[in-house]
Ligand binder design. Structure first.
Ligand code: FES
Length: 575
């Protein structure tokens, strides 16, 4: 079937460039001012390239070069590329957490696309929150858009061993605290763990979300798995630039691709990868921008039927570079093709099924077949109970199995500072059966930072303890591991039950039964609630105040309430 193509007068940018009035004179003369010729832009799709490059973002450090490759592709295909810098969310540096700023980048992207003469967009991102933020913004703007994943960095290296970002930092930090490696060893790990541009190369939030973007149909096939330093990454950038021009003529928009079935495909992907717990929050928020109400239970339902096939840290042993050599995401998706809606459309005009057809596994230990799955099910589990009536999340594959059914006495910390000051106190009444509880680390309590892998006390580390049940309303880095119950909703800051846990209360975790219970009577909980005082607001002004007024709870995706849904925003007046 012939693809319907727009005429140049139907381009959105025609309103800026193509009409005969004083305003369009200004648009043309100011473009000519930059040294462009009329034939560079007249009648051509204007491609806004949203670039999240910054000197402070090591994951996007190659974007200065990549953006030139995108532009080359746009020129080749007859488009007019314009780079539009957007706020960078650099996971290691931005405090209190990039999570607070995900919605700010989403707004930045949406408004850049809406307010400028853009016909289509290339979204350049990869570091954790960047991927969902750009997709959320582009979905709300709903102009043709293609996502360009940053690509994972190369494997880390120390004494001939491969190092994974995040995952091995936690591991060797625990060893340093336990006294089994030296300060010199620790410095060498620091120098070897991140040695090329690109996002974290374990199956953390970045690798999970870029894979999600590909499964949703928002990248070219295979794009999410290419290491940032590989020459194929540059070629993929140029190909994305070429493709977006045709997407404009064909008018393929994000909401044409982001159907409920596409989000189910994304959830299957997350589970098969044993992806980051953060993906639940982001996917719910992204679906909300497409007008789809994604339930937490949908993650649990698909978790029970999806095998874990990616043998990547922290749940497995390999890294993203190995995943690429093993065949990448296409090979993994081909293994779960029977669980996917293969007729979902993608940016290249083909279906997901067409894009993964014939994909093969080249390293069977890295990408497993169903018959050799790491786990037959259960990448992520959604818990409920009186401690988390609106849900909580755990990644069972990253926890010591003995802890997946556990009852123990709570050791409670009021906030992060309280925990930091007391966790290593030799006099702290805690042993390996205890349940560590951190309060006030949720979306409103602290911006929902990645504190959820609560530290194990030094005195227990020295005894050889490496995992304990830990509960909080925080998130956890996708590179982390352990029996960490996260995203408890409602959060303690707004009076969720987590606020009322006291030292010595028995807490029950039963992952198989999907249960998280506080063994305290309803009457006693009601008494504690009656004497509880809500904390003072943390922000009086600025973005923090806007965030505090509008952010939703974890089970709703932590989007701003006024950005959810598909209510139309009028095109700008051009006067
Ligand atoms: Fe950017 Fe991990 S720090 S993805």
């Amino acid at each position: 079937m012939a693809v319907q193509r727009k005429r140049p007068e139907e381009l959105r940018s025609h309103r800026w460039y193509g009409v005969h009035d004083l305003r369009s004179f200004g648009h043309r003369s100011r473009t000519l001012q930059m040294g462009f010729a009329r034939e560079d832009f007249a009648g051509k799709p204007v491609i806004g390239i949203i670039n999240t490059w910054s000197d402070i973002n090591p994951c996007h450090y190659h974007f200065k070069q990549r953006v030139e490759e995108v532009k080359r592709g746009v020129w080749q295909a007859g488009g007019f590329p314009l780079e539009l810098p957007a706020i960078t969310l650099a996971e290691p540096f931005q405090k209190p957490t990039t999570m607070m700023y995900r919605n700010l980048l989403a707004m930045d992207a949406e408004e850049l696309l809406r307010s400028y003469p853009v016909d289509g967009a290339v979204l350049m991102g990869g570091c954790d929150k960047t991927t969902p933020a750009l997709i959320m913004g582009a979905t709300s703007a709903n102009l043709p858009a293609i996502f360009l994943p940053a690509g994972p960095m190369l494997r880390g290296n120390w004494h001939g061993e491969f190092l994974g970002s995040g995952t091995d930092s936690w591991k060797y930090w625990a060893e340093l605290r336990a006294g089994t490696i030296s300060e010199r060893d620790w410095k060498e790990v620091e120098e070897g763990i991140a040695r090329s541009p690109g996002h974290c190369m374990v199956m953390g939030t970045a690798s999970t979300m870029t894979s999600v973007a590909e499964t949703l149909g928002l990248t070219l096939p295979g794009a999410a798995s290419i290491p940032a330093a590989d020459a194929n990454h540059g070629r993929m950038a140029a190909a994305s630039g070429r493709r977006i021009v045709d997407m404009v003529w064909e008018d393929i928009k994000p909401r044409d691709l982001l159907t409920a079935a596409a989000f189910d495909n994304a959830i299957v992907t997350i589970h098969a990868l044993s992806g980051s717990t953060n993906a639940l929050i982001h996917l719910i928020a992204m679906a909300g921008r497409a007008g789809i109400a994604l339930r937490l239970e949908r993650f649990d339902e698909l978790s029970r039927t999806t095998p874990v096939l990616a043998n990547i840290r922290p749940a497995g042993v390999h890294l993203m570079e190995d995943f690429y050599y093993a065949g990448g995401l296409r090979a993994l998706l081909a293994q779960v093709a029977d669980a996917l809606a293969l007729d979902c459309r993608t940016v290249n005009g083909c279906t997901l099924g067409e894009n993964i057809a014939g994909a093969r596994i080249y390293k069977p230990d890295v990408i497993r077949t169903r018959a050799a799955a790491l786990s037959p099910s259960g990448g992520l589990a959604v818990l409920r109970g009186n401690l988390a009536p609106d849900g909580a999340v755990i990644k069972p594959t990253a926890a010591e199995p003995r802890l997946l059914r556990h009852i123990g006495p709570a050791v409670v910390f009021r906030n992060y500072d309280d925990m930091a000051s007391r966790i290593d106190d030799e006099a702290l009444a805690i042993d390996e059966s205890s349940v560590v509880v951190l309060q006030n680390a949720g979306p409103l309590g602290a911006g929902m930072p990645e504190w959820g892998q609560l530290p194990i006390p030094k005195k227990l580390l020295r005894k050889g303890v490496r995992d304990m049940v830990r509960i909080s309303d925080a998130r956890m880095s996708g590179t982390s591991y352990g029996a960490c119950v996260l995203h408890v909703a409602p959060e303690s800051y707004v009076g969720g039950a987590l606020a009322f846990v006291r030292d010595g209360d028995l807490v029950e975790l039963d992952v198989a039964a999907r249960r998280l219970e506080l063994h305290v009577s309803g009457a006693e909980l009601a008494r504690r609630r009656a004497s509880w005082q809500s904390p003072a607001p943390r922000f009086q002004r600025g973005f923090g105040a806007l965030y505090a007024r509008h952010v939703t709870q974890a089970d709703k995706g932590c989007d701003f309430d006024f950005l959810e849904g598909v209510a139309p925003t009028p095109e700008p007046d051009i006067h």
